[in-house]
Design a protein around this ligand. Structure first.
Ligand SMILES: [Ca+2]
Ligand SMILES: [Ca+2]
Length: 174
């Protein structure tokens, strides 16, 4: 009878010890899990022109006096009142040929941090003309939320396609 009681006490001690061990290892496991925080900022590092059309919607060259346009990029956001804020307007490349692509449009505003993932954004290409009547070449509208993944890795570049042109944005997240 006494032996039985000692056995029982031993059994309870072993149970208690293994419970402690389990609790301890659980704690360790949760300590080792990485802290997953969703990014709240998308940073645009580079704006790259991938393609454009040599012809306007009428089928003519963008300039009468030359075969090649002089494109620059305008990147804007739609404010809450519906007006457009220009965030970036780049310099132009004169007489840009398709064989010059891809072109990296550098700008002092880059890298550009954006925090509102649901705001309407637009990136457009315009042909500079010395008479001031620049031609609109193409535009792509998007929201950052379009590119936020449901799970897994966040993208490091965004492809923006229009019927007559395309941009790539090289990005990172914070
Ligand atoms: Ca023109
Ligand atoms: Ca021009």
């Amino acid at each position: 009878m006494k032996n039985a009681r000692i056995l029982l006490i031993n059994f309870i001690l072993v149970l208690f010890a293994s419970a402690l061990f389990t609790m301890n290892s659980c704690e360790k496991a949760s300590d080792q899990e990485p802290v997953v925080e969703k990014p709240t900022i998308m940073v645009i590092d580079k704006i790259i022109l991938k393609s454009f059309s040599l012809f306007n919607p009428n089928g003519n060259r963008w300039d009468d006096w030359t075969n090649y346009p002089d494109p620059y990029v305008v990147f804007c956001e739609e404010a809450s009142d519906g007006s457009l804020n220009i965030l970036i307007e780049t310099g132009r490349y004169d007489e840009l040929k398709l064989s010059d692509l891809p072109i990296n449009y550098t700008n002092s505003k880059l890298p550009l941090s954006l925090t509102n993932f649901n705001r309407n954004l637009g990136i457009g290409l315009f042909d500079y003309d010395s008479d001031g009547g620049d031609d609109f070449m193409f535009e792509v509208e998007f929201k950052i939320s379009d590119f936020v993944p449901y799970s897994g890795e966040y993208p490091t570049e965004i492809q923006l396609y229009a019927d007559t042109g395309a941009f790539t944005l090289e990005i990172h997240w914070k």
